[in-house]
Design a protein around this ligand. Structure first.
Ligand code: 13P
Ligand code: SF4
Length: 314
């Protein structure tokens, strides 16, 4: 943990380099607070995709995970896209290799392949349409009822979509390790401790948690909810980085991250992939203009279609 002085100096360096190199920093809500603070734009997966497509600066520094940097490159291929650490993966993207995805397409040739944005560029290139948690329901409902749908790679989001849309979806067997870590027992105990609190849960979570939630939504929808709702206490069922933005908007409300299974010493759930990014790495990647997202131009061209389909529908 850097102290405030170091963090301020790092921030000053990053700001100066950003100007000098005509770069913009895009950050996901799950980034550490100092990264969110230095970013030009903070958002959820959908907002960040839209923003990445519109960037006019020469360099996009994507403070998020690898598939997000790839998405920015697909949507804005003439920009240099940098990410602070190439190790920033995602359990969902990792669960879905292009080879296995191609086999699924062979097994289900008459299905429309709707794929969650948390996947590699290669898998996007093989998909019919992409969605995020903010627009998944709308995307599913945009597909004619006569068509069968294969949804990958998040089975929890898939099960949520089945319950919301009443459509039959064939599901890939992938999960987000962060949202799977939440403990239903500990959450119920916490609700007893704060009986007036509302439970907000991200749809990447398991059904038993969704069943007891007061509100289910994407990260941006959860932020909107705490801003507009009249309650004062909330239990937050998603990655704890989101609390930084919420606390800025509703400083007087109590925001409590829900507990995870094993780790009794930690009250909250953090995505280890998101948290590999640091201010130091952000500065280094701007200085060195590396690591840079490089994509096969053919993959890039094929992956843009399902992403543009999503953007035109949302
Ligand atoms: P959203 O930002 O779309 O809510 O997704 C959450 C997430 O897990 C991103 O990796
Ligand atoms: Fe992937 Fe889950 Fe981390 Fe999001 S929170 S990047 S879905 S592992």
């Amino acid at each position: 943990m850097q102290n405030n002085y170091q963090s301020r100096t790092l921030t000053q360096h990053i700001s100066a380099l950003k100007k000098e190199k005509n770069a913009v920093i895009l950050a996901h809500y799950y980034q550490d607070a100092p990264i969110q603070e230095i970013a030009d734009f903070v958002g959820d997966s959908l907002e960040l995709s839209r923003k990445a497509a519109e960037v006019e600066a020469s360099i996009i520094v994507f403070a998020g995970v690898h598939f997000m940097g790839e998405t920015a490159k697909i949507l804005n291929p003439n920009k240099k896209v940098l990410i602070p650490d190439l190790e920033a993966g995602c359990s969902l993207a990792d669960s879905c290799s292009p080879a296995a995805f191609e086999r699924a397409k062979e097994l289900y040739p008459d299905h429309v392949f709707v794929t969650y944005i948390n996947c590699s560029a290669e898998v996007k290139a093989l998909s019919d349409i992409i969605c995020t948690s903010a627009n998944a329901e709308k995307i599913i409902l945009s597909i004619p009822e006569s068509k069968k749908i294969f949804f990958s790679p998040d089975k929890n989001l898939g099960n949520y979509l089945i319950s919301k849309t009443k459509r039959e979806l064939t599901l890939w067997d992938g999960v987000c390790i962060v949202h799977e870590a939440f403990s239903i027992e500990k959450t119920i105990s916490l609700l007893k401790e704060y009986p007036q609190a509302k439970l907000l849960v991200h749809p990447e979570s398991e059904m038993h948690l969704l069943n007891i939630a007061d509100y289910i939504g994407s990260t941006s929808a959860m932020i909107r909810y705490v801003r507009e709702d009249s309650a004062t206490d909330y239990l937050i069922g998603t990655e704890s980085g989101i609390i930084h933005q919420m606390a800025k908007l509703v400083p007087k409300k109590r925001l409590i991250p829900i507990p995870i299974h094993e780790n009794n010493t930690c009250a909250c759930s953090e995505c280890a992939f998101m948290k590999v990014n640091t201010l130091e790495k952000l500065l280094a990647c701007l200085e060195n203009e590396s690591p840079e997202i490089q994509l096969d131009p053919q993959i890039q061209q094929r992956a843009i279609r399902p992403l543009e389909r999503m953007l035109s529908l949302s």
